[in-house]
Write a protein that binds this ligand. Structure first.
Ligand code: PEP
Ligand code: MG
Length: 532
């Protein structure tokens, strides 16, 4: 029996046989002349593109908009002339097979991406691996062999296509060597709620097909003894029972024992999140992170595309409150068509509302789509990274301008309630000045903690200092709630602190009106509130 600590992508406890995906095995594919290799490459590229396009269409058909966006990124990469030409030139210059050329060029591109300082871009190395691996499979015409029984899939690199291919089969879990929590494959694993872990470099050497594997939260066990298996089975039952208990509270009033009602809302950034939130009977959406629809693209979504997305979310929520945040780009969430000047501290640089000044078209297009969508449900617009009254006034001016433009264009619109995120100490300290101007506050404790404690939330070196329950954060929450209530507006929390059950009672005591949490935390919060 061997135990390893792993990084969790999606939590869970599973026990099952290992099934190794040997994608990296080198098939026999010898060089057959430049002409022939170029032809083989062209064919493989075409097959890869058409398979991806097919996948994209089927996702759109299933209204999986965000997942479709992921596939679209891969289509763009599979068509990228820089990438394809580099492979062709490798074949011609070094007289190697198409398969070898894809391998080498993939490694070169991955090195370039990985060396990028920017966390988000460096993670795109995974996409290159993924596309290359699909091309290689198509060169050798490899078919994915499926496991014969429910299994834990072991792989060097987990790709979106692996997850999609296995979705309908009985997969218990995924274990991969490489993996990043921000990667697209990780997003899909979470969406499908398949327990997934990563971080063991030589996992393919450590495991044999058929070995018994246990994934238990952040622990991976290979060939456990009987006693451990029995222990895990008990833990599994406990976890299942706990989930069943939580489900009993689905749809019940989120009311404390003394009768105070607290709204439990959802934080979403994909259609899967939305489905899960509705399934868990959320009372609305407290934070829709729209920037994910703008990332991984070479041009921004149009007004019409955005309008359709927002409208569909509002209609699906059927009159429940939906708070849509305008794009919070910059820092760890860059987008290709915004030219960020080099910054020493991007988290303290151009992000959130600060980008809008330089990219008015981007901002105004989103506002127009939001105002139009507002006719279809209970919308509230929220603005990120506010530090001043001046910024709020600037935004209102833009609202006036776009409303006039919509009027002229003859498009129906409504101006919904508008609020701000309190996620900087500046905003919390002047919350008395901001409250009279806006319709609501929502406290973004993730950034509020980063900026109050002067700890970069992406920097592992300060992970111990990043104390999310620091008294300075709780004091600011109290100030904001008081100032909100004095001005007759509500104050919610949409940062991760909202789902910290050890603080729920403290937050309710302070008067926090609403808690917005990840879709899979909704039932935990409903249960917790009902116990208070
Ligand atoms: C926050 O900062 O708490 C927040 C909810 O916004 P994000 O995590 O998207 O920065
Ligand atoms: Mg934030």
């Amino acid at each position: 029996m061997k135990k390893y600590n792993v990084e969790i992508i999606e939590k869970g406890i599973v026990i099952g046989p290992a099934f190794k995906l040997n994608k990296t095995d080198k098939p026999i594919h010898k060089f057959q002349g430049i002409e022939k290799e170029l032809k083989t490459l062209d064919k493989a590229v075409n097959i890869t593109q058409s398979k991806l396009k097919h996948l994209y269409d089927s996702m759109l058909k299933d209204s999986k908009d965000l997942e479709a966006e992921i596939v679209q990124t891969h289509i763009l990469m599979a068509e990228d002339p820089t990438f394809i030409d580099a492979i062709k030139s490798k074949i011609c210059k070094t007289k190697i097979s198409a398969y070898e050329a894809v391998n080498i060029v993939c490694d070169e591109f991955v090195t370039i991406f990985k060396n990028m300082d920017d966390g988000y871009l460096s993670q795109r190395a995974n996409d290159i691996y993924e596309i290359s691996s699909q091309m290689k499979s198509n060169i050798v015409n490899q078919k994915q062999v499926m496991p014969k029984e429910p299994s834990i899939i072991i792989t060097d690199l987990l790709t979106c296509n692996d997850i999609l291919a296995f979705e309908k089969n009985d997969v218990l879990g995924f274990v991969s060597s490489k993996g990043f929590s921000l990667s697209h494959a990780s997003i899909l694993a979470r969406k499908n709620q398949i327990p997934t872990v990563c971080g063991i470099e030589n996992i393919m050497d450590l495991v044999k097909n058929g070995d018994t594997i246990i994934i238990s939260q952040n622990e991976l066990i290979i060939n456990p003894d009987e006693e451990t298996i029995e222990e895990m089975k008990i833990k599994q039952i406990e976890l299942e029972n706990f989930k069943l208990e939580l489900k009993k509270n689905k749809g019940l009033k989120t009311q404390t024992t003394d009768g105070r009602e607290i709204q439990v809302l959802a934080n979403i950034s994909s259609s899967a999140d939305l489905e899960e939130s509705i399934e868990n009977n959320c009372q609305g959406v407290g934070l829709f992170r729209t920037e994910f629809f703008f990332m991984d693209k070479i041009t921004p979504p149009t007004e019409e595309q955005q309008y359709q997305i927002y409208k569909s979310v509002l209609e699906k929520l059927n009159g429940k409150e939906v708070t849509i945040r305008t794009i919070d780009i910059g820092s760890d969430k860059p987008i290709e068509y915004v030219d960020y000047k080099e910054e020493n501290n991007p988290a303290l640089g151009k992000r959130g509302v600060r980008v809008y000044l330089d990219y008015m078209d981007l901002f105004k297009t989103q506002l127009k789509a939001l105002l139009r969508a507002s006719c279809h449900g209970n919308l509230r617009i929220m603005y990120p990274m506010i530090i001043s009254v001046k910024e709020v006034k600037f935004i209102y001016k833009q609202i006036d301008i776009v409303a006039k433009e919509l009027e002229k264009e003859g498009k129906a619109y409504e101006i919904p309630p508008q609020g701000i995120m309190i996620e900087t100490p500046a905003a919390s300290l002047i919350s008395d000045e901001l409250a009279p101007l806006v319709d609501f506050f929502s406290i973004g404790t993730n950034d509020l903690t980063q900026y109050t404690l002067a700890c970069d939330r992406e920097n592992h070196n300060v992970v111990l200092e990043l104390d999310t329950r620091h008294n300075s954060i709780l004091k600011q929450i109290k100030i904001c709630v008081e100032n909100a209530h004095k001005n007759g507006i509500s104050c919610s929390i949409c940062g991760e602190l909202a789902s910290d059950e050890s603080l729920t009672e403290v937050l309710l005591d302070m008067g926090v009106d609403k808690l917005s949490v990840s879709p899979n935390r909704i039932l935990n919060m409903v249960t917790k509130i009902r116990e208070i």
